[in-house]
Design a protein around this ligand. Structure first.
Ligand code: FAD
Length: 480
């Protein structure tokens, strides 16, 4: 392309703003169109707020478990001797959550603006008519301040994310029947929270509110919570949830939720009814791809409305790329950002590595956390990957014993012949931090021998990662 390349990015979440930074750095003229604020749902309503709330829940869990495990007593409720030593001011917690989200959006806006990117607040869509004679495309922006602006672009990136899926008979009212973007408006802790949906979002909120002090019922349509995760990890979490008093209802599909005074009644498919003070519906999300002129422009969508992309983020329409949750490739902020950067490297003719999902590290922010990287037990079971596996419960780890950690494990997968590490799972407090050495091993094709030979601190939970590698190495050599 001659002259400066014009890039228009629709959507300012991690998929969009990270792409904007790369494109500006590579010398393009970049415009980001966003209707809600930079950082996207990731920063304003989803990832950042939920993890900020969970930070408070984590402290509560530490206090609660400290009483039994570590013998700490702080202002114990002597009348009831419940073991609960601290309480939470949810209004204050939520004000902090919102403050941090807005501040992060502001920081991102500053760094994107400093990079020379133009920001437009409004709803973006592709202009009808496909590519012009110069190969450029039109983008129409319905500005929030009124009016419509047309932009021309040599390449367009669609990074519009998703919104919460609704159950028709359980529509949120923002007060007692809520989706995950609305919980931060609560001033008081729900007494009895019914969480519908036991995927990552449902499990994270169920665990967090239980830790904060709510009585929680988790309604799961599947056999167990977290159906997409490592089954051993999901079993540990479900056991912990139940042990802490959560009512986990498996194979129970919620059909409707309605407000009756200051209560919510949730009716299950089999006719049973459960009652709570609040209900949080977390049953997945819908891509923000409708009404954007995508199919008219030749951009193919899946049946569920996700934009079809290849591993360098190209859609089926020349000059149109897509990144992030709207593609449904892997619903993580880190993957959205990577897809966005890859799109820009490709569009601007820079060296580009296609997206490799087998090195993605992810985490479920429950207590304990569940962190995963690389190939999984399901991949081994269905024959996608030939690997051997070792699982070490943390019960045997000296640091875990000292810290009163009863639940969790380290699991490693390696190739039977070479011993190359291809995946791992850590279930532990702060597993999100512990997964990194396994991530490095997977990314760099390290062998179990190499992982085992690196020093770990004694005593440390990460010692179990080295020990699992050692056991796999011994097994590979034909030992026991
Ligand atoms: C409760 C929850 C917790 C999560 N926690 C984590 C986590 O801990 N770690 C993690 O990696 N991921 C997490 N995720 C997933 C993560 O939030 C998403 O993967 C991430 O937001 C995807 O980024 P994105 O850029 O694709 O879209 P988004 O972040 O959704 O941003 C899209 C932006 O585009 C805007 N937009 C949409 N349509 C238009 C349009 N037509 N014109 C202009 N603007 C438009 C939207 O307003 C929004 O600002 C979580 C998700 C949820 C629901």
């Amino acid at each position: 392309m001659d002259g400066v390349t014009r890039i228009v990015i629709i959507g300012g979440g991690p998929g969009g703003y990270e792409a904007a930074l790369v494109a500006a750095d590579l010398g393009a003229e970049v415009t980001v169109v966003d209707r809600d604020g930079l950082g996207g749902a990731a920063v304003l309503t989803d990832c950042v707020p939920s993890k900020t709330l969970i930070a408070t829940a984590e402290v509560m869990t530490t206090f609660d478990s400290s009483y039994e495990e570590l013998g700490i007593k702080v202002g114990l409720d002597s009348a009831h001797d419940t073991g609960r030593v601290v309480g939470v001011d949810l209004g204050k917690v939520n004000r902090r959550v919102k403050r941090l989200a807005v501040a992060q959006s502001h920081d991102i806006t500053q760094s994107v603006t400093r990079a020379g990117v133009t920001l437009l607040r409004g709803h973006g869509r592709l202009a009808p008519g496909g590519q012009g004679v110069d190969g450029s495309r039109g983008v129409l922006v319905d500005l929030v301040d009124g009016g419509t602006q047309e932009l021309r672009a040599d390449a367009v990136l669609i990074a519009t994310g998703t919104h919460p899926r609704e159950v028709p008979d359980a529509l949120p009212d923002g007060e007692r029947i809520l989706n995950w973007t609305q919980v931060y408006d609560l001033d008081e802790l729900p007494e009895e929270l019914i969480v519908v949906g036991s995927g990552v979002t449902g499990a994270e909120f169920a665990g967090a509110y239980q830790a904060l002090g709510s009585r929680v019922t988790l309604v799961s349509s599947r056999d167990r919570v977290l159906p997409g995760e490592d089954p051993d990890a999901a079993t540990v979490l479900e056991d912990v949830f139940r042990r802490r008093g959560m009512n986990v209802m498996s194979r129970s599909r919620a059909e409707s939720a309605r407000r009756v005074g200051d209560k919510v009644e949730v009716v299950l498919q089999d006719g049973r009814m459960i009652t709570g003070s609040h209900c949080l519906v977390a049953v997945g999300s819908i891509p923000n791809t409708a009404g954007m002129g995508l199919e008219e422009a030749g951009v193919k969508l899946t049946e569920g409305g996700q934009v079809k992309v290849d591993r360098v983020s190209r859609t089926s329409a020349p000059g149109v790329y897509a990144a992030g949750d709207c593609t449904g490739v892997f619903m993580l902020a880190s993957v959205a950002a990577m897809q966005g950067r890859i799109a820009m490297y490709h569009a601007l003719g820079d060296a580009v590595q296609p997206l490799n999902l087998k090195t993605v590290a992810s985490n479920v922010f429950t207590d304990p956390e569940i962190a995963t990287v690389g190939y999984s037990a399901a991949d081994v079971e269905c024959g996608t990957m030939d690997a051997v596996c070792v699982k070490l419960p943390l019960r045997g780890n000296p640091r875990a014993k000292m810290q009163g950690i009863r639940d969790g494990f380290v699991k490693l997968f390696c190739r039977p012949g070479t011993g190359i590490v291809v995946g791992g799972v850590v279930v532990a407090p702060r597993a999100s931090e512990l997964i990194h050495p396994i991530s490095l091993a997977v990314d760099n094709n390290l062998t179990v021998e190499q992982v085992a030979s690196a020093f770990t601190v004694y005593p440390s939970v990460s010692g179990s990662i080295a020990e699992a590698a050692r056991q796999l190495h011994i097994r590979k050599r034909g030992g026991h």
